[in-house]
Ligand binder design. Structure first.
Ligand SMILES: *[C@@H]1O[C@H](CO)[C@@H](O)[C@H](O)[C@H]1NC(C)=O
Ligand SMILES: *[C@@H]1O[C@H](CO)[C@@H](O)[C@H](O)[C@H]1NC(C)=O
Ligand SMILES: *[C@@H]1O[C@H](CO)[C@@H](O)[C@H](O)[C@H]1NC(C)=O
Length: 316
């Protein structure tokens, strides 16, 4: 009997190891080894404005810098390029009166060379983007991400789309420059260049996001994630995108189509933090409402008068 138990104990790490072996080549069988992957609260999903509900309690999220001198390490883990950011930032305002969420890492999902269309995990109005960045954070109630990972709402992940532009994105360049040095599975490198996550995402972009309860998008697919996907994409050049597409994964094959297919939203509700689909409409409303809330009725009246005068001049 005790020998039997000993064998089990010796085998256990191997079983766990086998379960960690998964690939984007056969996403449909993830749920065979990882039952959560077949659950009802899975990610990613298609985000549609007309199917979402406004939640006025969803405030602008922001990153607060911590005093950390830990180096930034970029790793090729066989599935993605991941930048470890432990102790560098906390994410604030995830939910009303919520605890802080500590930023653990950012990583990316993309398509393959000659595909400028597919790559993102989430879709926006049924449309995909060539790259999606995920900022993974965990609740400060837990002492580390591994402890948090399988608990309801213990993770908060922020998804950011990238669209192609003619100009390269300078804030992304420190990562791009390092990708060439982690071409192969298991490689890692310390980023010495100044990498500014706050500047990369941009403070304003963190105001407008979709929110829903979902999961990790890779095995074990734990349904523990508060998802926030920013509505407004970032930009990168096609040269920058190609740097991701050149990475090699397990068995030295190109890492490609590193995105999971869309999951059903089921009975879940999709929320959003913003009023109108059009960014500029909201900006104008915000300006007016913020000036009224400070009691500056006079300035609003002046604005109104100004607009009215302009209109009258147009008519005349
Ligand atoms: C799924 O992919 C993994 C990794 O490439 C491979 O080891 C496994 O045999 C595949 N399974 C099937 C059923 O294709
Ligand atoms: C959402 O619905 C409004 C009103 O019916 C429509 O004008 C708009 O085009 C829709 N937006 C999308 C993205 O389908
Ligand atoms: C993007 O994905 C869709 C759906 O799988 C596919 O039909 C299309 O050919 C892909 N686009 C490119 C440029 O490969």
């Amino acid at each position: 009997m005790s020998q039997f138990i000993l064998i089990i104990i010796l085998l256990l790490p191997i079983i766990v190891e086998l379960k960690e072996h998964w690939s984007y080549e056969n996403i449909t069988i993830w749920s065979h080894d990882n039952r959560y992957c077949g659950g009802n609260l899975q990610s990613p999903i298609d985000l549609r404005f007309n199917k979402s509900h406004i939640d006025r309690r969803l405030k602008a999220m922001y990153l607060q810098k911590q005093n950390s001198h830990d180096s930034l390490q970029l790793i090729n883990n066989g599935h993605t390029a991941q930048l470890n950011l432990k102790n560098h930032f906390v994410l604030k305002n995830v939910a009303p009166a919520s605890e802080d969420y500590r930023v653990e890492q950012i990583h990316f999902h993309w398509g393959h060379a000659n595909d400028d269309v597919n790559g993102s995990e989430h879709l926006l109005e049924g449309r995909s983007y060539p790259l999606e960045m995920h900022m993974v954070t965990y609740s400060s109630w837990f002492s580390n991400i591994h402890e948090a990972m399988s608990n309801t709402r213990a993770l908060a992940v922020v998804g950011v789309f990238f669209e192609l532009s003619f100009e390269s994105n300078p804030f992304l360049q420190p990562i791009i420059n390092a990708l060439g040095r982690i071409r192969d599975n298991g490689k890692h490198v310390v980023i010495n260049e100044n990498f500014n996550l706050k500047a990369l995402i941009g403070e304003k972009r963190m105001r407008r996001y979709y929110r829903y309860d979902g999961s990790l998008t890779t095995p074990p697919c734990y349904e523990s994630v508060i998802w926030s996907v920013l509505q407004e994409p970032l930009q990168l050049s096609s040269e920058q995108l190609q740097a991701f597409q050149r990475l090699h994964g397990e068995k030295s094959v190109l890492m490609k189509n590193t995105y999971r297919t869309i999951q059903s939203i089921g009975s879940r509700k999709l929320f959003r933090s913003f009023t109108s689909e059009n960014i500029h409409d909201d900006e104008i409303k915000k300006q007016i409402s913020s000036s009224t809330s400070y009691g500056q009725y006079l300035s609003v009246n002046m604005k109104f008068l100004f607009v009215l005068m302009n209109l009258l001049m147009l008519i005349a």
